[in-house]
Write a protein that binds this ligand. Structure first.
Ligand code: ASP
Length: 325
């Protein structure tokens, strides 16, 4: 029994490993661990109180995958429901032939299955951070509504410049990854995020895209990503890593190859990327494009989780075609 997670999963690790020890499935453990991160108001990149999109709306993305069958469930652009991972799991488990529901349809589904809904998804402090973020890039006009100074953004306001100026991938990224192997040797993986802060409305990242930010297959292993989702979508990162395992590559080499595929991407917008992965024998690894990043793991016989360093595969950044780093 083993769980690996991104470092921000620490808050959920204890309950997740306890669930495994009590005989729960890898899917249960992944969902339990991620829900605790989604409910954590201090975590601004996942679930409740994540940073919103450019219009100030919180839109959540999540996915979960069952390595036994490759069954998957995902939601994108989900508003008003903090536990996106649980809604994603229900997409997988209900009598529904779909894998991914987005926007109004995802909300309708969440309502229909009576998922837990919260009226307020952002604290006043987080709304302030959003407002200040927009001010910092000198947005449009500001209006005073009941002494609440908010940016004047209408349906006609051009958002393209605002998004590229306000979105700073070095500052506002984050997602939670959990991958578990249970007592039966079954593997499951889950990913949940509020996506990039200040993203363009309707933007969907890699987290709910099976094969991009999340992939699990009992026969080989599993991988989950955090970082600039657009890159993982383009390179099919999580699926690539598992496919590299299928060719017989050792785990660490498979992970390096998946990172190098990202490094070789062309285009004008290239940011940071991180992944965690394990193989069916319980070997695990973390990779990052930046030095100093870690991930956590815990087995059934450990009293608490331990942190491991991620290996660095440098990916030179570009923003609007201009080199950064
Ligand atoms: N991967 C997430 C996304 O692109 C964000 C992140 O991990 O920073 O939505």
């Amino acid at each position: 029994m083993l769980i690996i997670a991104s470092s921000n999963g620490a808050i959920g690790m204890d309950q997740a490993i306890r669930a495994l020890k009590n005989g729960c499935s890898a899917l249960d453990a992944v969902e339990i661990g991620i829900r605790l991160v989604e409910a954590n108001p201090k975590e601004h990149s996942v679930g409740y109180n994540g940073y919103p999109n450019i219009l100030g709306h919180l839109e959540l993305d999540a996915s979960i995958m069952d390595g036994r069958t490759l069954d998957s469930g995902a939601v994108a652009l989900l508003r008003g429901y903090p536990y996106a991972i649980s809604v994603a799991r229900q997409v997988m488990e209900r009598e529904l032939p779909h894998v991914l529901l987005a926007g109004e349809g995802a909300e309708r589904f969440a309502r229909e299955i009576k998922a837990e809904q919260w009226d307020a998804m952002l604290t006043a402090e987080t709304v302030d951070v959003w407002r200040e973020g927009l001010k910092a890039v000198g947005t449009t006009q500001w209006v005073d509504r009941q002494s609440d100074i908010i940016p004047e953004i209408t349906d006609e306001t051009p958002l393209l410049d605002l998004v590229t100026l306000a979105t700073d991938p070095e500052r506002v990224e984050g997602t939670v990854n959990f991958i578990a192997i249970d007592g039966n040797g079954d593997i499951a993986s889950g990913v949940s995020t509020s996506g990039w802060a200040w993203k363009y409305p309707g933007r969907i990242g890699d987290s709910p895209i099976i094969g991009a930010g999340n992939f699990a297959d009992n026969r080989y292993g599993a991988c989950a990503c955090t970082g600039m989702g657009e890159m993982a979508i383009r390179a099919g990162t999580a699926r690539s890593l598992v496919l590299y395992l299928k060719t017989g590559m050792p785990l660490r080499e498979a992970a390096r190859q998946a990172m190098m595929d990202l490094r070789d991407l062309g285009g004008e917008f290239i940011g940071g990327m991180n992944l965690i992965a394990l193989d069916r024998n319980g070997e695990h690894v973390g990779m990052s494009s930046r030095a100093g990043a870690g991930y956590i793991y815990q087995t059934a016989d450990m009293n608490s989780y331990e942190e491991c360093e991620r290996e660095v595969v440098r990916i030179p950044g570009r923003w609007g075609g201009v080199a950064r780093d």
